[in-house]
Design a protein around this ligand. Structure first.
Ligand code: ADP
Ligand code: MG
Length: 282
């Protein structure tokens, strides 16, 4: 639901970021409010994963300008683990395997860190096992995956389900899901989407990063943003994703060239993200 009056959870303003000496984000603006689902779409290499990693605090990426405010606080000053504990969650495009670390222990320690931040008591092994088994049903995961090392030897779909399981346990306020749909067959996609839908509520916000419409057939976004060359080029409603499905991304180059020629137009668009007015693509 579009809720222009709902409290803002995450406010990204004119965000610039580099990796090494290469600038990648060139002024991203996004406002995520409680209860909203946003989709960021765009071609490969447009900066979607970079945005997600900058928000999570990946040390390889340097913020060179702009601001990110999370619940009124300067997010960029917080260590990555504090961000995570405070309710910012990143589901990785490529979840890492951690051999030798039990999935059950990993999930328990992470869950307890988050609970501690919220002033809730830690769960012991037994209490946690009950909770995790309950949450695993959300993504139809077999409890056998608890006894294995984190993601080790998991299929692509199993890794993505494990990411959503983490999300279900951590109960984040801002969930950024980077191409959670990639590499999933249609059954796994349905399961993952149903998990995300059940976790999305009035008090949290979800940022879905995706390349394809098919995830958005299952999770209805309130806003769709098109990212190109490290910035948000267009914002619209869910129909923008359908439009992209039809016309592809060829128009992006022309739109970028127009902006180069007339940067004032870009700045106007950026300062007013226009989230309540769908923008025409053509
Ligand atoms: P997307 O997720 O939209 O496909 P990325 O954010 O992964 O895009 O990449 C945007 C650009 O930044 C690409 O040109 C990519 O090569 C570059 N990039 C991203 N991360 C790194 C990195 N760690 N080192 C060098 N270049 C990077
Ligand atoms: Mg990516």
């Amino acid at each position: 639901m579009i809720r222009p009056d709902a409290p803002v959870l995450l406010e990204i303003r004119d965000l610039h970021a580099s990796v090494g000496d290469q600038p990648i984000l060139h002024g991203v603006n996004l406002t995520l409010r409680e209860g909203e689902i946003h989709a960021v779409m765009g071609r490969n290499g447009s900066g979607k994963s970079t945005l997600s990693k900058v928000l999570a605090g990946h040390p390889a990426y340097q913020v060179t300008g702009g601001s990110v405010t999370y619940r009124g606080e300067n997010l960029l000053e917080l260590d990555p683990e504090i961000r995570a504990r405070s309710g910012l969650f990143l589901g990785f495009q490529y979840p890492v395997e951690i051999p030798g670390v039990s999935n059950l222990e990993f999930l328990r320690v992470a869950t307890n860190a988050r609970r501690g931040q919220r002033g809730e008591e830690e769960l012991d092994t037994f209490a946690f096992e009950d909770l995790v088994r309950e949450r695993m049903q959300l993504v139809q995961m077999d409890p056998a995956f608890l006894d294995r090392s984190v993601n080790e030897g998991f299929s692509g779909g199993e890794k993505k389900r494990n990411e959503i399981l983490q999300m279900a346990l951590l109960e984040p306020l801002v969930s950024i899901l980077d191409e959670t749909d990639s590499g999933l067959d249609i059954d796994a996609l349905r399961i993952v989407a149903s998990g995300v839908n059940q976790l999305a509520g009035d008090a949290n916000t979800t940022l879905l990063i995706t390349h394809y419409q098919r995830l958005l057939d299952l999770i209805t976004p309130d806003y769709v943003h098109v990212m190109a060359a490290g910035r948000i080029l267009r914002t619209g409603g869910k129909e923008l994703a359908l439009e992209l499905e039809r016309i592809g991304y060829d128009w992006v180059d022309e739109a970028l060239a127009q902006l180069e020629a007339n940067p004032a137009e870009l700045n106007a668009g950026e300062l007013n993200p226009g989230q309540s007015t769908p923008v025409e693509v053509a």
